[in-house]
Every structure is written in structure tokens, then in C-alpha cells.
Design a protein around this ligand. Structure first.
Ligand SMILES: O=c1ccn([C@@H]2O[C@H](COP(=O)(O)OP(=O)(O)O[C@H]3O[C@H](CO)[C@@H](O)[C@H](O)[C@H]3O)[C@@H](O)[C@H]2O)c(=O)[nH]1
Ligand SMILES: O=C(O)[C@H](O)COP(=O)(O)O
Length: 337
């Protein structure tokens, strides 16, 4: 996709319009063979975080293995990080050719934490690529253009350190699929927060996208929020580390995933708001008279009954991996100079 046309007047404190024009591309701009030609000495790791994704993880891992490992030697390492699955995720992923690592077995001396961000941080610790691609394991329409599209800008321009996917998002509700309307937390929570507090990031069409790629050199230098705040935390912290021009986005077409019920999205929204709050405090832009709460009381409909549910929505954080004594940085021998 090209930037929206006409490009809106985004001048203001930050010229998002220029960034949109110069740092947005589409997966069709990055054909697999051209991406392979540009790969050179780089080493590519693909990570699929998975908690109970037996229905989809096998097909995604199998396609990567067949098209980007056996047919084209683009992906050097394919890891499924098992995030405490209770179904057959690990077995299905291994059968499809992925290496499977359980998140709690990595750096066990630090003690376990829960959530998606924890899974990603542990995956970064056990992979070896200098370029790391993350893709959600619940995608129902995965294609290998997700991987090649995300790698394209990193391989084309050494100034780019982080690439985020964007796409159209259908929404499946009560058996009906609408072509747009997905990304409810994105539109109601994440993008408003970003626009209010980090307007430089307002050009990211899908700031919560689970599909992104980065240079290890950058990813290992930022903290990871353990739960669903991980994507917002990475975007803000990488903005400080590499600047807006060090970030890009690629249109990957359409993305279909399993839409969670709205009560689950409410819990996700709390984690994202707490992540935003933690960054505002760290940046010295907000001071809490008392820390925000970490409990969410919800009214959940069960048939004709309404039940109260209280959830812990607190977020924790892992430090930048480079600061962790047990982290063994992959050898620099294979790295592109
Ligand atoms: O504790 C967990 C929870 C989820 N996942 C995996 O993470 C991916 C995304 O999780 P999901 O629950 O499907 O999140 P979404 O509802 O899709 O949430 C969107 O918004 C989140 C908040 O930013 C992002 O983390 C997601 O990638 C993004 O798709 C899936 O492969 C999950 O199996 C884990 O590995 N561990
Ligand atoms: O990114 C989001 O906003 C959440 O994953 C919710 O997405 P959905 O509305 O498409 O289920």
C-alpha cells in the first residue's frame, strides 16, 4: 500500500507525512528472490509465539519451512516459543519442522513470568539471527509475503532497525465476517494514546500488529513488557533508541486472526494503558500521586446471567537483554559488516 492519498497535513510537532511517504512500502515491493539476493551475510530467525495455537501453528510453520527454508534459503532458524500451551501446539509445531522451546525453560534462574511479551523476550534470548522476525501463530491467512515483506526494508537500508506490519483487518462476529472493523483495541485505545502522547508514531497504521522484524542490535537494547503491552512498549522505546527514521512499515494486505471476545480485549486494553503510563512516567512527563491499580472488575454475560470477574491486569517488564548476565550474545562471526 502507498501512503493515503492525498497525504494528510500531518505537519505539526512531527512531520508524519514525510515519514509515511518515505518509510511505507508494500510486500509486493519485496519479492522473495530479491530479498534473498539482498540477504548477504545476514542470519534470519523467525519466531512464532504460541499459546494454544494447535489449529494454526502447524500450517504457518510448515509454509515457512517449505518456501523459505527448503525452496529458498532465506530463513536460517524457525522457532516456536511455546507460551504454556495446554493443547498440542508443541507437537504440531515440531512435526511441521520448527524448533520448539518452552518459554519457562529459558534463563530459568530469573524465575518465570507470564504473557506474550515474556515469550518474545525469551525467544530473543535463544535465537541467533541478527535479524529477527516475529509473527503471531494464530493467523488464519498466513502467507510467506509476511516474512519477506518485513525483511525487505531491513535488508535494503542499514538505517532501518525496526519494521512493523500493517494490513486490513476483517472482524468475525457471530458467524459474520466484515471486511473491516477488526483491531478494536488498536482503534479505541492504542492509536488514541499514541496520538495524544507520542504523535511521532501516529503514522503506524497497526501499532499493535504482532508481525514485525528488527535488528538484534536494537531489540536486545530495549526492555520487553511481559504481557500484551509488549508491542506498544517496543514502539515507544525503539523510537527513543533509533528515532522515527529508523522505523518503517510494510503493508501485508489482509490479516485474519482469531478475534478474542470483548472481555478479553478489555483486559488487553488495561495492559496497554498501564504500559503507556509506565513510559510517560519514565519519560518524566507524568508523576503518579499513587500507582495505578492492577485489577479489572468486569461484568461478564453468561447466558441470561451476569457474573462479576476480577482479573489481574498488571504488567511486569524484562530488562534489555544485553544487561542480563545469562544472555549469550550470538557470535558476531556471521554478521554483516
Ligand atoms: O500469553 C500469551 C498470549 C498470547 N500469545 C501468542 O501471541 C499471539 C497473539 O496473541 P493473541 O491473544 O491472538 O492477541 P490478539 O488478540 O491478536 O492481539 C493483538 O494485540 C496484541 C497487543 O498488542 C498483540 O500482542 C497481538 O500480536 C495482536 O495481534 C498468538 O500467537 C498467541 O498464541 C503468547 O505467546 N502468550
Ligand atoms: O489489535 C487489536 O486491536 C486486538 O487484537 C483486537 O483485534 P480484533 O478487534 O480484530 O479482534
Amino acid at each position: 500500500m502507498r501512503p493515503p492519498s492525498p497525504t494528510p497535513d500531518t505537519t505539526g510537532p512531527v512531520d508524519v507525512g514525510t515519514w509515511l511517504r518515505t518509510r511505507t512500502s508494500g510486500s509486493a515491493d519485496w519479492p522473495a528472490e530479491a530479498v534473498l539476493d539482498a540477504k548477504g551475510e545476514h542470519r534470519v530467525s523467525v519466531v512464532l509465539p504460541a499459546r494454544n495455537e494447535e489449529a494454526t501453528v502447524g500450517e504457518i510453520a510448515g509454509l515457512i519451512r517449505r518456501d523459505l527454508q527448503e525452496r529458498l534459503p532465506l530463513v536460517d532458524e524457525l522457532l516456536v516459543i511455546d507460551s504454556r500451551s495446554t493443547d498440542a501446539t508443541a507437537r504440531v509445531a515440531a512435526a511441521a519442522g520448527a524448533r520448539v522451546v518452552h518459554q519457562d525453560t529459558v534463563l530459568p534462574e530469573l524465575g518465570p513470568m507470564a504473557g506474550k511479551g515474556e515469550a518474545l523476550w525469551k525467544a530473543l534470548a535463544v535465537t541467533t539471527g541478527d535479524l529477527v522476525v516475529f509473527v503471531d501463530a494464530d493467523l488464519r491467512n498466513f502467507g510467506t509475503h509476511f516474512i519477506t515483506g518485513l525483511l525487505g526494508p531491513l535488508l535494503a537500508d542499514p538505517a532501518v532497525a525496526y519494521v512493523k506490519g500493517c494490513y486490513e483487518r476483517p472482524l468475525a462476529e457471530e458467524g459474520q465476517v466484515r471486511p473491516h472493523g477488526g483491531g478494536r483495541v488498536t482503534e479505541l485505545v492504542a492509536r488514541p494514546l499514541i496520538n495524544l502522547h507520542w504523535p511521532a508514531l501516529a503514522g503506524f497504521i497497526q501499532p499493535l500488529a504482532g508481525e514485525y522484524a528488527g535488528r538484534r542490535d536494537a531489540l536486545e537494547r530495549v526492555p520487553f513488557v511481559t504481557g500484551y503491552g509488549v508491542e506498544l512498549g517496543l514502539l515507544i522505546d525503539l523510537l527513543h533508541l533509533v528515532g522515527l527514521d529508523g522505523m518503517a512499515q510494510v503493508d501485508l494486505g489482509v490479516r485474519v486472526h482469531s478475534n478474542q471476545p470483548v472481555d478479553a480485549l478489555g483486559r488487553m486494553a488495561c495492559q496497554i494503558m498501564l504500559t503507556a503510563w509506565s513510559r510517560l512516567e519514565r519519560e518524566g512527563r507524568a508523576v503518579a500521586a499513587e500507582p495505578p491499580g492492577e485489577r479489572l472488575l468486569q461484568f461478564v454475560h453468561l447466558g441470561d446471567r451476569r457474573e462479576i470477574r476480577i482479573s489481574d491486569v498488571g504488567v511486569r517488564e524484562r530488562p534489555p537483554l544485553v544487561t542480563v548476565p545469562g544472555y549469550r550474545r550470538p557470535s558476531a562471526g556471521w554478521r554483516a559488516r
